[in-house]
Write a protein that binds this ligand. Structure first.
Ligand code: ZN
Ligand code: ZN
Length: 338
């Protein structure tokens, strides 16, 4: 099969031929048409994931049809339409047994500690896989674990978002943000979207965003538009927006952090958090339950795919440059069946 290989930290990324995976035990081989490019892949390339084993097939966004199954697979058959978690949970720890497999301390991550998704076929155990309803567009199946399921987890499970509340989404024009604003709307929120790229403003309005903010001082704008701030800030960026996201919260508001584009510590004004009773929480990835919820919203048409472009396995480096320069509106996907 064809794959893309990352040679090392800041090394070449090129297409190559690899052996087709063969399933054993409870493993499923998924044949893919598409996979997503995630900021995490860019950070892996830059050396921010020290557990990464090179040369590596990067990527972790897996979907497609079941091509082969191991002898002990019970719930899926060849031809089923499926998507996978971005990691392999151990299936045995207390987190895994209570449906919080995203917190499994023993998990292996695709495209980091094990071979990833920039490949025509990917092998994962049955416990990673969910069924994809027919009405879900292929692009939304691809990003159901890392984008839409992850955002659903951040807003609904971690952030406890309730209908009628207000939500700020930073990095709203990026691959995560462009879907986060739609999910926040689908969950009944009033949505404030911050993007540093003015040219993305119109498109964000078309996605149903109530207020698009492009000023770097978006916290001040929010104060002017609300009584005291938003209920929930979903910070998809990290250092460049974290401090203002925090200042956008109302009393008792909460910030959910899911992005870390510049992996260095941020300043934490304790006085502000204490006096306003704010909460800051990290949210990691998605569970199969989150993926199912995101796929339901996708099947109902409440989330539309926002895809910047599709590249082939020979143009991954160019796609990484575009993501770093914020030239994309929405997710960049890799087309694998070309
Ligand atoms: Zn991802
Ligand atoms: Zn576990």
């Amino acid at each position: 099969m064809r794959v893309a290989v990352m040679e090392g930290v800041n090394g070449r990324i090129h297409s190559a031929t690899a052996q087709d995976p063969e399933p054993e035990g409870d493993e499923i081989v998924i044949r893919q048409n598409l996979t997503g490019i995630c900021y995490r892949d860019v950070l892996t390339h830059e050396g921010f994931f020290p557990r990464a084993k090179f040369p590596l097939v990067p990527g972790h966004e897996v979907s497609g049809t079941v091509a082969k199954i191991g002898p002990s697979v019970r719930k899926f058959k060849v031809g089923d339409r499926v998507a996978s978690l971005i990691y392999i949970p151990c299936g045995k720890c207390s987190y895994c047994r209570s449906g919080k497999e995203n917190l499994c301390p023993n998990k292996q991550t695709l495209g980091e500690t094990i071979q990833g998704s920039y490949a025509e076929m990917v092998k994962v155990p049955e416990r990673c896989v969910v069924r994809v309803p027919q009405a879900v567009p292929e692009e939304l199946a691809t990003i159901s674990a890392c984008v839409t399921g992850m955002v659903y987890h951040a807003l609904s499970v971690t952030g406890q978002l309730m209908p009628g509340e207000s939500v700020l989404v930073t990095g709203a024009g990026g691959g995560v943000g462009a879907h986060a604003v739609q999910i926040a709307k689908a969950l009944g929120a009033t949505v404030f979207a911050y993007t540093s790229s003015r040219w993305k403003e119109e498109k964000l309005h078309q996605m149903g965003v109530d207020y698009v903010l492009t000023s770097e001082e978006f916290d001040r704008e929010i104060k002017g538009l609300t009584s005291g701030g938003v209920d929930l800030a979903l910070d998809t960026v990290g250092l460049p927006t974290f401090s203002r996201s925090l200042r956008s919260l109302k009393f008792g508001g909460r910030l959910v952090a899911i992005g870390n584009v510049q992996p260095v510590p941020v300043e934490l004004p304790l006085g502000l958090i204490i006096l306003k009773g704010n909460r800051i929480e990290g949210s990691i990835s998605s569970t199969r339950s989150d993926m199912k919820k995101a796929l339901e919203l996708s099947a109902k048409g409440e989330i539309k795919p926002v895809i910047s472009q599709k590249v082939d396995l020979d143009h991954v480096e160019e796609a990484y440059s575009m993501i770093k320069e914020k030239g994309n509106l929405g997710r960049i996907l890799i087309k694998l069946d070309s």
